[in-house]
Design a protein around this ligand. Sequence first.
Ligand code: DAH
Length: 349
Amino acid sequence: MSPINHSLQQTRLQETLTNAFERLARIKNQTELEALRAEFIGRQGVLARLMDELKTLSLEEKRVQGPALNELKKTLTEAFTAKEVELLQQLLEQKAARASSFDVTAYRPGSLQGSLHPASHIIEEVENILISMGYEIIDGPEIEREEINFEALNIPKNHPARDLQDTFWLTIPHLLPRTHTSSVQIRGMQQRQPPLALATTGRCYRQEATDASHDFVFMQCEILLVDKKISLANLFATAKLFLQGLFKQEKLELRIRPSYFPFVEPGLEMDMSCPFCSTGCSVCKKSRWIEIGGAGLIHPHVLKASGINPEEYSGFAFGFGLTRLIMLKYGIDDIRHLHSSKVDFLKQF
Ligand code: DAH
């Protein structure tokens, strides 16, 4: 072996090593590392080429260069492995640093802004109008006693009128999810002395098959006035003023039809002129009238059951479906949207 050739080989190995270490020091991630590894110790890398060249050398040269090349390969392989461990370590440290400085209380859900549910809007509006008319807003329990939901409202046990409302019964005797807010009339009258002007809004429950316009839970509003010499004229005037205020229409008209509700006598159903059209539309089904709810003069049995003397006092009661009113007012075509919690639906209000 000539000394020139020998030292030339040595220099190339030394250069390869220096070059590899310099570039390894600048590596920042796993991808770069893999590329560099392939370039140097991959199957077609620098080292593989040097190995190929080895075959062309004399036996003597091979004896020197062979072990030197193996040594170089070992050094480089170890250096690459060390770098890989170092990168992994860095990654873990970064993750840990991020986790420790993550402030959950600083979470801000993008541009999603909360808004009132349409039911809350209507309740607020209804109550404001009634308060402005001198009514006291009262509340009653959703789980009600049978005697208040039925008996005190002149609906005795085994009376066919009980079948008008499909009741959910609890396993606890004589308790039920109230079927109407008329129960709150009784509580209001029992706890106070006339004259009374009371109103309530709230959820009611009935065994209904659910579809676009029926649900087993829905909201009602109940309005009650008890004083001396209260007549149907007071009822009409009140209902009209209230609906005109709610639909912001001075020209809104009322129509009545005779009906039967055990707790009022006479009992009637009320329709309002369609607030959305004058010639017939899809909301009023081209009839120009929309059913609103039931009403009447409080039955003497009901006044008596609440400790009020029917000889001295009379009153009216008016109840309507608040959920239906919400759907009418906002043009909601499926009752199930109202408790779906769908953001796309809710953010419209
Ligand atoms: N409680 C009745 C129902 O849920 C509605 C009703 C009818 C309420 C007549 C009243 C009334 O106050 O006078 O079907």
